[in-house]
Design a protein around this ligand. Structure first.
Ligand code: GUN
Ligand code: ZN
Length: 434
């Protein structure tokens, strides 16, 4: 087979490691005039144009002016069924779930509806430069079939699962321990490891599952290699009190998941806003990850995520939008709000840490850093082209910038879907803005 080779020329930036571990200067690589070479959907090489171009004679070269190529963004927590209820006014978590979320998710019993929303949702992710996401379906198995069918057609690397929920939710939205287990297993057999798709065992959160359901979920999580476990943890103070009442014999919220064998590598907990040191320690030692969801935490009034505390304990942290509680599909907008979350705690978020969180850090949280997150050769060619002239204001601001850090920071503060000129997945263009 002859190799399918394409090359892309622009400024190129990618993360090499966590700035919190290696320091900012060692955490990234930048080519002011760079070339990214893609071969059969994977990264072949990245480097300076002056060095690489002579070896690329005869190869198709696409050149972007005033643009920055970065790895595709990774969203470590999002709900696709909630696309249509994003920006619903005025409640904190538990009321918000009852008022808006459950009635919206009910509609996903209809596979045709689920397919329509899956298509809108994936388009929106790609318009925002997000190429991989860890995704909640609804309780209906057909919601996950619809999602994976749409993701497979675009050859995206995606992780998703059917919600498990057998109490404290409307009857129309509950399963049973046995049906939840059997339907999840059926979906795993059908989708896990197919192409670039992965399955996540998805108990909604501790309050909506009985101990029997959590027992079977923990069992299932151990049954197949490389499965994910995806749930919510310590998001809202009322929720935390409720978990204490429901599980009085457990030593706290995380201990519930620990008891049912739901923590470890590839366990991803959304939020973790109110974790104590012992919980951070346990997350770190088990290799579990937390999804930092700034737009959602601010929107639902959940609280301020303490990134530095999780970092100190060595917990893997990714960035999540948490749409529909999150108010934007854009990881640039999530980083904008993440910066403000840090400011409100008297801390800072360096722009290269932001880049890391949205790319390699997310890949690390999902144990996909052998496949995603930067431009090491052999990784999936999932990348975005960011436009320095996306809006008149961004264009003008970029003209004033004197350093890469300044440009990157301004892009995260001012950028959104308009800044995404083009998105590539496995080397194929999957979104072009104009
Ligand atoms: N906790 C349980 N379910 C949900 C949900 O759908 N969204 C958020 N943000 N938190 C939750
Ligand atoms: Zn969520």
């Amino acid at each position: 087979m002859t190799a399918n080779v394409q090359a892309y020329r622009a400024a190129i930036l990618h993360s090499l490691a966590d700035p919190a571990v290696v320091g900012v200067e060692q955490s990234y690589e930048y080519f002011e005039d760079g070339v990214l070479v893609i071969e059969n959907g994977q990264v072949a090489r990245v480097g300076h144009a002056a060095e690489l171009l002579p070896s690329l004679k005869g190869i198709e070269l696409t050149e972007y002016r005033d643009a920055l190529i970065t790895p595709g963004f990774i969203d470590t927590h999002i709900h696709y069924p909630q696309t249509g209820m994003i920006a619903s006014y005025g409640e904190q978590l538990l009321d918000w779930l009852n008022t808006y979320t459950f009635p919206t998710e009910r509609q996903f019993a209809d596979k045709a509806h689920a397919a329509d929303v899956a298509s809108i949702f994936l388009k929106e992710l790609l318009r925002n430069g997000t190429t991989t996401a860890l995704v909640f379906g609804s309780v209906h198995k057909q919601s996950v079939d619809a999602f994976f069918e749409a993701a497979e057609a675009l050859n995206l690397r995606m992780i998703a699962g059917k919600v498990l929920m057998d109490r404290n939710a409307p009857d129309y939205l509950t399963d049973t321990p046995e049906s939840g287990y059997a339907e999840s297993k059926e979906l795993i057999e059908r989708w896990h490891g197919k192409g670039r798709l992965h399955y996540a065992v998805t108990p909604r959160f501790a309050p909506t599952s009985t101990p029997e359901q959590l027992t079977l979920a923990g069992q299932l999580f151990q049954e197949y290699p490389d499965l994910y476990m995806h749930t919510h943890l310590s998001e809202n103070r009322q929720e935390i009190e409720w978990v204490k009442q429901l599980f009085p014999e457990r030593g706290g919220y995380l201990d519930v998941y620990d008891h049912f064998k739901l923590i470890g590598a590839r366990s991803v907990f959304a939020h973790g806003v109110h974790l104590c040191d012992a919980e951070c320690q346990r997350l770190a030692e088990t290799g579990s990850a937390v999804a930092f969801c700034p737009t959602s935490n601010l929107f639902l009034g959940s609280g301020l995520f303490d990134l530095n505390k999780l970092e100190r304990h060595g917990v893997r942290v990714g960035l999540g939008t948490d749409v529909g509680a999150g108010t934007s599909f854009s990881q640039l907008q999530s980083l904008n709000e993440a910066y403000k979350v840090m400011q409100l705690q008297g801390k800072k978020l360096d722009p290269f840490k932001s880049l890391y969180l949205a790319t390699l850090g997310g890949a690390n949280a999902l144990y996909l850093d052998d496949k995603l997150g930067n431009f090491e050769s052999g990784k999936d060619a999932d990348f975005v082209v960011l436009d320095y002239n996306a809006t008149p204001l961004i264009s003008y601001r970029m003209q004033q910038a004197t350093s890469l850090a300044e440009k990157l920071f301004a892009l995260t503060m001012l950028g959104d879907d308009r800044a995404i000129k083009e998105t590539f997945a496995a080397g194929q263009s999957v979104h072009r803005r104009d």
